[in-house]
Design a protein around this ligand. Structure first.
Ligand code: SF4
Ligand code: SF4
Length: 189
Protein backbone atom coordinates (compact mmCIF):
# COMPACT_ATOMS: atom_id res chain seq x y z
CA UNK A 1 0.00 0.00 0.00
CA UNK A 2 1.30 3.47 -0.90
CA UNK A 3 2.31 5.52 2.15
CA UNK A 4 2.29 9.31 2.35
CA UNK A 5 5.16 10.83 4.34
CA UNK A 6 4.47 14.26 5.79
CA UNK A 7 7.41 16.50 6.66
CA UNK A 8 7.19 19.11 9.38
CA UNK A 9 7.61 22.64 7.98
CA UNK A 10 11.14 24.04 8.47
CA UNK A 11 11.75 26.06 11.63
CA UNK A 12 12.42 29.81 11.43
CA UNK A 13 16.08 29.06 12.21
CA UNK A 14 16.34 26.56 9.35
CA UNK A 15 14.64 29.01 6.96
CA UNK A 16 17.15 31.66 7.98
CA UNK A 17 20.01 29.18 7.43
CA UNK A 18 18.78 28.44 3.91
CA UNK A 19 18.35 32.12 3.00
CA UNK A 20 21.82 32.83 4.37
CA UNK A 21 23.59 30.17 2.33
CA UNK A 22 21.65 31.20 -0.79
CA UNK A 23 22.87 34.74 -0.23
CA UNK A 24 26.44 33.61 0.39
CA UNK A 25 26.44 31.34 -2.66
CA UNK A 26 24.54 33.91 -4.73
CA UNK A 27 22.19 31.25 -6.10
CA UNK A 28 18.68 29.88 -5.59
CA UNK A 29 17.77 26.32 -4.60
CA UNK A 30 14.22 26.87 -5.90
CA UNK A 31 15.52 26.70 -9.47
CA UNK A 32 16.52 23.05 -9.10
CA UNK A 33 14.14 20.55 -10.76
CA UNK A 34 16.06 17.50 -9.59
CA UNK A 35 17.33 16.30 -12.98
CA UNK A 36 20.45 14.79 -11.38
CA UNK A 37 22.99 16.11 -13.91
CA UNK A 38 25.07 17.51 -11.03
CA UNK A 39 25.38 14.10 -9.38
CA UNK A 40 26.03 12.35 -12.69
CA UNK A 41 29.04 14.60 -13.36
CA UNK A 42 30.43 14.82 -9.83
CA UNK A 43 33.82 13.03 -9.74
CA UNK A 44 33.51 12.20 -6.05
CA UNK A 45 29.78 11.38 -5.84
CA UNK A 46 30.70 7.69 -5.44
CA UNK A 47 32.27 8.51 -2.04
CA UNK A 48 29.45 10.75 -0.79
CA UNK A 49 26.66 9.71 1.55
CA UNK A 50 24.34 12.29 -0.03
CA UNK A 51 25.32 13.33 -3.57
CA UNK A 52 24.85 16.93 -4.75
CA UNK A 53 21.28 16.47 -6.10
CA UNK A 54 20.24 15.09 -2.72
CA UNK A 55 21.91 17.93 -0.80
CA UNK A 56 19.88 20.40 -2.90
CA UNK A 57 16.70 18.42 -2.21
CA UNK A 58 17.38 18.47 1.53
CA UNK A 59 17.76 22.23 1.33
CA UNK A 60 14.55 22.59 -0.67
CA UNK A 61 12.71 20.60 2.01
CA UNK A 62 14.30 22.57 4.84
CA UNK A 63 16.17 19.50 6.15
CA UNK A 64 19.15 21.44 7.46
CA UNK A 65 20.23 18.81 9.98
CA UNK A 66 20.61 16.24 7.17
CA UNK A 67 22.89 18.67 5.30
CA UNK A 68 25.00 19.49 8.37
CA UNK A 69 25.45 15.81 9.17
CA UNK A 70 26.42 14.85 5.61
CA UNK A 71 30.02 13.84 4.86
CA UNK A 72 29.40 15.10 1.32
CA UNK A 73 30.02 18.74 2.15
CA UNK A 74 33.51 17.76 3.32
CA UNK A 75 34.17 15.38 0.44
CA UNK A 76 33.23 17.97 -2.23
CA UNK A 77 36.41 19.05 -4.02
CA UNK A 78 34.93 22.36 -5.27
CA UNK A 79 35.73 21.33 -8.84
CA UNK A 80 32.58 23.17 -10.04
CA UNK A 81 31.60 20.45 -12.53
CA UNK A 82 28.10 20.36 -11.00
CA UNK A 83 27.61 24.12 -11.35
CA UNK A 84 28.83 24.02 -14.97
CA UNK A 85 26.47 21.15 -15.85
CA UNK A 86 23.33 22.44 -14.13
CA UNK A 87 20.71 23.34 -16.78
CA UNK A 88 19.03 25.68 -14.27
CA UNK A 89 22.15 27.60 -13.34
CA UNK A 90 22.19 26.50 -9.70
CA UNK A 91 25.67 27.12 -8.27
CA UNK A 92 25.90 23.89 -6.32
CA UNK A 93 29.66 24.18 -5.73
CA UNK A 94 29.17 27.52 -3.96
CA UNK A 95 26.27 26.09 -1.93
CA UNK A 96 28.49 23.19 -0.83
CA UNK A 97 31.15 25.71 0.16
CA UNK A 98 28.66 27.84 2.10
CA UNK A 99 27.38 24.74 3.93
CA UNK A 100 30.96 23.77 4.77
CA UNK A 101 31.61 27.22 6.25
CA UNK A 102 28.40 27.02 8.29
CA UNK A 103 29.38 23.57 9.57
CA UNK A 104 32.86 24.83 10.47
CA UNK A 105 31.44 27.83 12.35
CA UNK A 106 29.04 25.53 14.22
CA UNK A 107 31.79 23.02 15.06
CA UNK A 108 29.93 20.38 13.01
CA UNK A 109 32.90 18.69 11.38
CA UNK A 110 32.25 15.11 10.30
CA UNK A 111 35.77 14.59 8.95
CA UNK A 112 38.48 16.25 11.06
CA UNK A 113 41.24 15.48 8.52
CA UNK A 114 39.43 17.40 5.78
CA UNK A 115 38.88 20.36 8.11
CA UNK A 116 42.58 20.37 9.08
CA UNK A 117 43.61 20.20 5.42
CA UNK A 118 41.19 23.03 4.58
CA UNK A 119 42.59 25.23 7.36
CA UNK A 120 46.24 24.49 6.48
CA UNK A 121 45.62 25.16 2.77
CA UNK A 122 43.87 28.48 3.44
CA UNK A 123 46.51 29.66 5.91
CA UNK A 124 49.20 29.02 3.25
CA UNK A 125 47.28 31.04 0.64
CA UNK A 126 46.60 33.81 3.16
CA UNK A 127 50.24 34.12 4.22
CA UNK A 128 52.06 33.57 0.93
CA UNK A 129 49.45 34.27 -1.74
CA UNK A 130 49.72 30.69 -3.03
CA UNK A 131 49.84 27.13 -1.72
CA UNK A 132 52.84 26.13 0.37
CA UNK A 133 52.88 22.36 -0.16
CA UNK A 134 55.61 21.39 2.32
CA UNK A 135 54.01 23.48 5.09
CA UNK A 136 50.58 22.12 4.22
CA UNK A 137 51.80 18.53 4.48
CA UNK A 138 53.65 19.17 7.75
CA UNK A 139 50.75 21.02 9.39
CA UNK A 140 48.24 18.39 8.25
CA UNK A 141 50.34 15.44 9.44
CA UNK A 142 51.14 17.03 12.82
CA UNK A 143 47.53 17.94 13.55
CA UNK A 144 46.16 14.56 12.48
CA UNK A 145 48.92 12.64 14.31
CA UNK A 146 50.16 10.91 11.14
CA UNK A 147 53.75 12.12 11.13
CA UNK A 148 55.03 9.99 8.26
CA UNK A 149 51.93 10.09 6.07
CA UNK A 150 52.93 10.42 2.38
CA UNK A 151 56.61 10.88 3.39
CA UNK A 152 57.58 8.31 0.74
CA UNK A 153 56.06 10.60 -1.90
CA UNK A 154 57.00 13.98 -0.40
CA UNK A 155 60.70 13.38 0.20
CA UNK A 156 61.59 12.36 -3.41
CA UNK A 157 59.59 15.34 -4.68
CA UNK A 158 61.58 17.70 -2.42
CA UNK A 159 64.86 16.07 -3.57
CA UNK A 160 63.93 16.60 -7.23
CA UNK A 161 62.97 20.21 -6.62
CA UNK A 162 59.28 19.60 -7.39
CA UNK A 163 58.29 20.81 -3.91
CA UNK A 164 60.10 23.59 -2.15
CA UNK A 165 60.93 23.30 1.57
CA UNK A 166 60.68 27.06 2.00
CA UNK A 167 57.52 28.97 1.08
CA UNK A 168 57.43 30.92 -2.17
CA UNK A 169 55.43 34.10 -2.39
CA UNK A 170 53.65 35.89 -5.23
CA UNK A 171 53.76 39.57 -6.20
CA UNK A 172 50.19 40.34 -5.08
CA UNK A 173 50.55 38.68 -1.68
CA UNK A 174 49.38 41.76 0.23
CA UNK A 175 46.21 41.99 -1.87
CA UNK A 176 45.44 38.34 -1.14
CA UNK A 177 45.94 39.01 2.58
CA UNK A 178 43.53 41.93 2.34
CA UNK A 179 40.88 39.69 0.74
CA UNK A 180 41.16 37.29 3.67
CA UNK A 181 40.98 40.14 6.19
CA UNK A 182 37.89 41.53 4.47
CA UNK A 183 36.17 38.14 4.54
CA UNK A 184 37.04 37.71 8.21
CA UNK A 185 35.57 41.14 8.98
CA UNK A 186 32.42 40.33 6.98
CA UNK A 187 32.07 37.06 8.93
CA UNK A 188 32.15 38.96 12.24
CA UNK A 189 29.51 41.49 11.14
S1 SF4 B 1 21.85 19.72 -12.16
FE1 SF4 B 1 20.81 21.55 -11.32
S2 SF4 B 1 18.64 21.21 -11.72
FE2 SF4 B 1 19.67 19.25 -11.97
S3 SF4 B 1 19.51 18.27 -9.92
FE3 SF4 B 1 21.46 19.33 -9.98
S4 SF4 B 1 21.03 21.34 -9.10
FE4 SF4 B 1 19.08 20.44 -9.66
S1 SF4 C 1 31.96 20.95 -6.84
FE1 SF4 C 1 31.77 19.31 -5.34
S2 SF4 C 1 29.70 18.53 -5.59
FE2 SF4 C 1 30.17 19.73 -7.40
S3 SF4 C 1 30.94 18.23 -8.90
FE3 SF4 C 1 32.72 19.08 -7.84
S4 SF4 C 1 33.12 17.71 -6.13
FE4 SF4 C 1 31.03 17.28 -6.88
Amino acid sequence: MKQNITLAPPSAEDKEFISRIEREADTSIRLCYQCGKCTAGCPVAFAMDSPPRQIIRYLQLGLVEEVMAADSIWICATCETCSARCPRGVDIASLMDACRREALAAGRITDKKVAVFNEAFLSGVKNFGRTYEAGLLLQHNLKTMQLLKDAELGLPMIKRGKVSILPETIKGRDQVKKIFQRIETMGRE
